[in-house]
Design a protein around this ligand. Structure first.
Ligand code: ADP
Ligand code: MG
Length: 323
């Protein structure tokens, strides 16, 4: 099973930022309203995520670290209607197979906290009493210490940290009601108190984008498209301020990026730059998210319809803003 975990780790855990993404998504799934992320040396040395979510009961700690232990799929039907961020039950097992991993948790319903320790190859998980407030901490130390090939592919701490920072910004934009803090080598880098989506965009995005954005609010049949887009600009050379969410999950969907680009090109053929934060809300049964373990990709039942709706939603706003 350990080899299987390490193979799966290759798919889920590319670099420190992918660990951060999986763990923060778990915290959100657990209903956390506050998430602290502490990074040391770009995540090479240590990644620690602390949340105030519903916690993991003592008896479930060991299970949570084992492969395909997900508490999020109850029947086959659920696979077609994925509402939570995670559904594969692979992340914790994968991460703990390539690091020294500590999982500490206290559900509200339990008087004491407990800690599970898993270290690389030997999967005898040790469970001991611990001190922890309601919620969960996952401490990932020495990532890839036992997979030297992968360790060699890690970039400089600064670069890895930039990826982590970007992951936090993306997730934070999709979950404005959750507070986030990010530190690097004990220095506070990001602090986003819980906010409205608009306030969160102001916290996360560059003022240059924030100052010239217009609101999108569009519905077509069961599709709802909301968000904020630049009133000016085209030329997708700078993708830093470009965020697309499908049911609050950040996606890099080519079809929809095409629709967005087309809308800008049609409306403002010679502007220079454009930013957008777009949220597409779509019934889960119109989607197949289970395409790639890292879950960046999605397939639509009716791609054309979604494409056209995005195109219209943005064209409307860009046009009115340009007038
Ligand atoms: P998945 O998220 O796909 O279910 P994971 O390996 O990421 O799989 O997590 C395994 C299980 O551990 C989850 O289903 C959940 O029950 C539990 N878990 C993980 N992280 C947390 C957390 N921060 N708070 C509460 N439960 C958690
Ligand atoms: Mg998960």
């Amino acid at each position: 099973p350990q080899l299987a975990n390490q193979i799966a780790a290759g798919e889920v855990v590319e670099r420190p930022a992918s660990v951060v993404k999986e763990l923060v998504e778990n915290s959100i799934d657990a209903g956390a309203t506050s998430i602290h992320v502490e990074i040391e040396q770009g995540g090479h040395k240590r990644i620690c995520i602390r949340d105030n979510g519903r916690g993991i009961a003592k008896d479930e700690l060991r299970l949570a670290l084992s492969r395909h232990a997900t508490s999020k799929i109850y029947g086959l039907d659920d696979l077609d209607a994925i509402v939570s961020m995670g559904f594969r039950g692979e992340a914790l097992a994968s991460i703990s197979s390539v690091s020294r991993c500590l999982l500490t948790s206290k559900p509200v319903t339990q008087d004491e906290a407990w800690q599970a320790k898993a270290e690389g190859r030997d999967m005898d998980v040790e469970v001991t009493p611990a001190a922890h407030p309601n919620g969960t901490s996952v401490d990932v130390v020495d990532l890839f210490y036992n997979t030297p090939a992968r360790r060699r592919f890690l970039r400089a701490a600064k670069t890895e940290f930039q990826h982590i920072e970007h992951v936090i910004k993306r997730i934070a934009l999709g979950h404005a009601n959750v507070a986030f803090e990010l530190t690097h080598n004990n220095k506070k880098i990001l602090k986003f108190p819980a906010a409205t989506t608009l306030k969160r965009i102001e916290q996360v995005c560059k003022p240059a984008f924030v100052h010239e954005m217009a609101e999108v609010n569009y519905a077509y049949e069961e599709l709802v498209i909301t968000g904020w887009v630049s009133k000016v600009g085209v030329g997708f050379d700078n993708n830093e301020q470009q965020y697309l969410f499908i049911n609050n999950r950040m996606m890099k969907d080519r079809l929809l990026m095409h629709a967005i680009r087309q809308a800008y090109e049609g409306m403002l053929p010679d502007a220079k730059y454009s930013g957008f934060v777009i949220f597409l809300h779509i019934p889960p049964d119109e989607l197949d998210v289970n395409v790639h373990p890292a879950k960046h990709e999605v397939r639509f039942r009716q791609g054309r319809k979604v494409h056209d709706a995005i195109f219209k939603a943005i064209s409307e706003v860009v046009l009115s803003g340009a007038k």
